[in-house]
Design a protein around this ligand. Structure first.
Ligand code: ASP
Length: 310
C-alpha cells in the first residue's frame, strides 16, 4: 500500500484476533464494517478539511470507543473482578508530545483523557485513581461502570472464570487505534483498549506505553498496535518499527512485517497499522483477523476484517 503523492492518509484498526470469518455472525460482520466506516468518516472529514492528524486520530478512536463491538471504551474487556480498567495513548509526530492513561475507570473516551494528559499536565502517563481524578478535575465527560460493561463482555468473563480463570489472550477482541498524516505533513497515532479479559492486579498492556503499543515521529512512522501486550512490550514494537524506518530506511511494510515476525517467534500474536509523513501506509498481522480500514486524499477506501481480504 503506497500512496506517496497523497496529501493525507488515515489507517485505523479495531483489533487483531483469532476470530475467523466462519465464527462471525452476519450482523456482527456488518456492524463491525459500519463502525470502521464511521470511524474513517470522522477522521477523513478532519483531514480533508485541512485539520491536524492529532485531531483525526482522536476523532476516529472516539467513534470506535463508543461502539460496543470493540474492546475500548463502551464494550471493553472486563477484569477478573468484572471491572472496566481502560488504557489509552496518543502521540504527535511533529514534536513527540505524548499522553496516556492506564487503568482509567470513569472517562467515557479514554483517548480524550490521554490527550488531556498530553496537553494539560506536565506528565506523559497517569494511572488508576490519579487518571480518574485528573479527568474529573479537567471536566472530561464521565461514564459509569454500566456504560462500559456490555452483556457480551460479561459472558466472555463468565466463560473464562468457568474455565478456571486461565488467562487467555484470545478471549478478547477489538482494541482500537488510528494513525494519520495531515496536509501539513505531520503524523500522529492513538490507541485505546480495555486490555485482556480476566486481567488482574492492575495489569497494564502495551497500548498506553509510548514506544510499545503507540508511537509517532514525523521522521519515522506513526504506529498503533493490537495483540498480546506482554509480547509487544518486550519488543518495543511501535518504537522499533519507527526506528527501522527512520534509521535503517526500511519500507513501512518491511519494518512492520519484520517486527511482527519477531513477535511470532517469541510466541505472541497481533497486528500493527503504520503511516509515514510521505503518505505511505501499511498493516501487518499474524492473526486470522485484523479489523481495519484506510482512506486517503486520492479517494481510496478499504474496510476489511479477515486475513483473506485485500
Ligand atoms: N494489546 C492489548 C493489551 O495487551 C490487547 C489487544 O490489542 O487486544 O492490552
Amino acid at each position: 500500500m503506497s500512496n506517496s503523492s497523497n496529501r493525507w492518509s488515515l489507517v485505523i484498526h479495531g483489533g487483531a484476533g483469532a476470530i475467523a470469518r466462519s465464527q462471525t455472525r452476519p450482523e456482527t460482520d456488518a456492524g463491525l464494517r459500519a463502525a470502521l466506516n464511521a470511524a474513517l468518516d470522522a477522521g477523513s472529514a478532519i483531514l480533508a478539511g485541512g485539520g491536524a492528524s492529532l485531531d483525526a486520530v482522536e476523532a476516529a478512536v472516539r467513534v470506535l470507543e463508543d461502539d460496543p463491538h470493540f474492546n475500548a471504551g463502551r464494550g471493553s474487556a472486563l477484569t477478573y473482578e468484572g471491572k472496566s480498567e481502560l488504557d489509552a495513548a496518543i502521540m504527535n509526530g511533529a514534536d513527540l508530545r505524548a499522553g496516556s492513561v492506564a487503568g482509567a475507570t470513569a472517562t467515557r473516551n479514554p483517548v480524550t483523557l490521554a490527550r488531556a494528559v498530553m496537553e494539560q499536565s506536565a506528565h506523559v502517563l497517569l494511572g488508576g485513581e490519579g487518571a480518574d481524578a485528573f479527568s474529573a478535575e479537567h471536566g472530561l465527560e464521565q461514564a459509569g461502570a454500566e456504560w462500559f460493561a456490555t452483556p457480551e463482555r460479561r459472558r466472555q468473563l463468565d466463560e473464562l472464570l468457568a474455565n478456571g480463570g486461565k488467562f487467555d489472550v484470545d478471549m478478547k477482541y477489538g482494541t482500537v487505534g488510528a494513525v494519520a498524516l495531515d496536509q501539513a505533513g505531520h503524523i500522529a497515532a492513538a490507541t485505546s483498549t480495555g486490555g485482556v479479559t480476566g486481567k488482574r492486579w492492575g495489569r497494564i498492556g502495551d497500548s498506553p506505553l509510548i514506544g510499545a503499543g503507540t508511537y509517532a515521529d514525523d521522521r519515522g512512522a506513526a504506529v498503533s498496535c493490537t495483540g498480546a501486550g506482554e509480547f509487544f512490550i518486550r519488543e518495543s514494537v511501535a518504537f522499533q518499527i519507527n526506528a527501522r524506518v527512520r534509521f535503517l530506511g526500511e519500507s513501512l511494510q518491511a519494518a512492520a512485517d519484520e517486527v511482527m515476525s519477531e513477535i511470532k517467534a517469541l510466541g505472541g500474536t497481533g497486528g500493527v497499522i503504520v503511516t509515514d509523513a510521505s503518505g505511505n501506509t501499511a498493516w501487518s498481522f499474524t492473526t486470522a483477523s485484523l479489523y481495519r480500514g484506510r482512506a486517503n486524499a486520492a479517494g481510496d477506501r478499504t474496510v476489511a476484517l479477515y486475513d483473506d481480504e485485500d
